[in-house]
Design a protein around this ligand. Structure first.
Ligand code: FAD
Ligand code: NAP
Length: 326
């Protein structure tokens, strides 16, 4: 018979959002259980240097930061469960999540912190050079390419914002797009076209990320002109793939309201979802900022929103019923 674990506050996901919710939830006496998923610690465990998380003067390592967050959450009383959830029932409280092995988790409130994953071009050379010049986050890694030639791949808001952001660090930024017009908002396009340090290569796809040097890093991109098939090489030391993100919301499709890009919809200025008692935080509800510190911030908000929800629910449950015929 599969085990059942029950708690006041169930948290799905163990990135900065889930662990921050756990720290606040534990300190508020909600005895949170965190179901960690197949990536305990979340996206930051896939990177090395983190230089923009507040509180650290020196460069810190992503996996180390996440170990510290987990240790802090456990220290204040959160319980970690290593499991991946494949099924949810949010039709009544307590909410039920079912792990792949059949273990059942129930919570009076649920915090969804399942994050998002960057989309990649899925080229072997891209995989080989990830973290060695190839990145999916200019805000995170752009600083490491000060004074170097860089390229951003994509034609949406993210790509244009990342190209503009990279001009803070580089005087030679190339935007590479597979079509001859951008999907990005006009105001961003205007800024992009007006910027003297950005050039645009239209109708090009990356054929190969070219490595070189010792230690090996990105040195060039081989680009294919999709109209003629011609291949040209451009020298760059940083390649930022900005072709969109996929929020991890498949599990919740049909259970909570999602927006047109499949991010979980929350009430403005809160983490409340369309289901009372279910809260969402971090990259799974944020398609704009997508940073560890913003994920942690909304994780805190989710715990505070959850605490308020439970206090109100408890008050209503315990309030003396008015006599009907009084
Ligand atoms: P995530 O970190 O994505 O965590 C999601 C969690 O949900 C994981 O624990 C996963 O196992 C779990 N999960 C998902 N589905 C399930 C399921 N079905 N069942 C159970 N668990 C599930 N940000 C910065 O601020 N600074 C940086 O320097 C920086 N560098 C980065 C470098 C890289 C390579 C990447 C990819 C991102 C970087 N970011 C950086 C962005 C930052 O990592 C994210 O914004 C942040 O991790 C989002 O946190 P999150 O908690 O919302 O989700
Ligand atoms: P997006 O709008 O889906 O754009 C993705 C871009 O990448 C498109 O230009 C697409 O090309 C290109 N692309 C996709 N797959 C590719 C591939 N395999 N090879 C080459 N190019 C590929 O994604 P996004 O820019 O991340 O934006 C996602 C959502 O977040 C949007 O709703 C956006 O408005 C929003 N957002 C808003 C802001 C803001 O308001 N400031 C900032 C960032 C994001 P095609 O155009 O040819 O399809």
């Amino acid at each position: 018979m599969p085990a059942t674990h029950s708690t006041r506050m169930l948290i799905l996901g163990s990135g900065p959002a889930g662990l921050s919710a756990a720290i606040y939830g534990a300190r508020a006496g909600m005895a949170p259980i965190v179901v960690q998923g197949i990536q305990p610690g979340g996206q930051l465990t896939t990177t090395t240097d983190v230089e923009n998380y507040p509180g650290f003067r020196e460069v810190i390592q992503g996996p180390w930061l996440m170990e510290e967050m987990q240790a802090q959450a456990e220290h204040v009383g959160a319980r970690m469960m290593w499991d991946h959830i494949g099924e949810v029932d949010l039709s009544q409280r307590p909410f039920r999540l079912i792990g792949d092995g059949g273990t059942v988790y129930t919570g009076d409130v649920l915090v969804i912190a399942t994050g998002a994953q960057a989309k990649w071009l899925n080229l072997p050379s891209e995989e080989h050079l990830k973290g060695k010049g190839v990145s999916a986050c200019a805000t995170c890694d752009g600083f490491f390419y000060r004074g170097r030639k860089v390229a951003v791949i994509g034609g949406g808001n993210t790509a244009v914002e990342e190209a503009l952001y990279m001009t803070n660090h580089s005087h030679d930024v190339t935007l590479i797009h597979r079509r001859d017009s951008l999907r990005a908002e006009k105001i961003l396009q205007d800024r992009l076209f007006a910027h003297p340090n950005i050039k645009i290569l239209w109708n090009r796809e990356v054929e190969t990320f070219v490595g070189g040097g010792e230690p090996e890093g990105l040195v060039a991109l081989d680009l294919k002109d999709i109209r003629t098939g011609a291949i040209e090489r451009i020298d760059v030391e940083g390649g930022f793939v900005a072709i969109g993100h996929s929020p991890a919301t498949e599990l919740f499709n049909g259970h909570v309201e999602l927006d047109e890009d499949n991010y979980i919809k929350v009430d403005p200025g809160s983490t409340r979802t369309s289901v009372p008692g279910v809260f969402a935080c971090g990259d799974v509800m944020d398609k704009i900022y997508r940073q560890a510190v913003t994920a942690a911030g909304t994780g805190c908000m989710a715990a505070l929103d959850a605490e308020k929800f439970l206090a109100e629910a408890d008050f209503e449950a315990n309030a003396p019923k008015q006599a009907v015929n009084a």
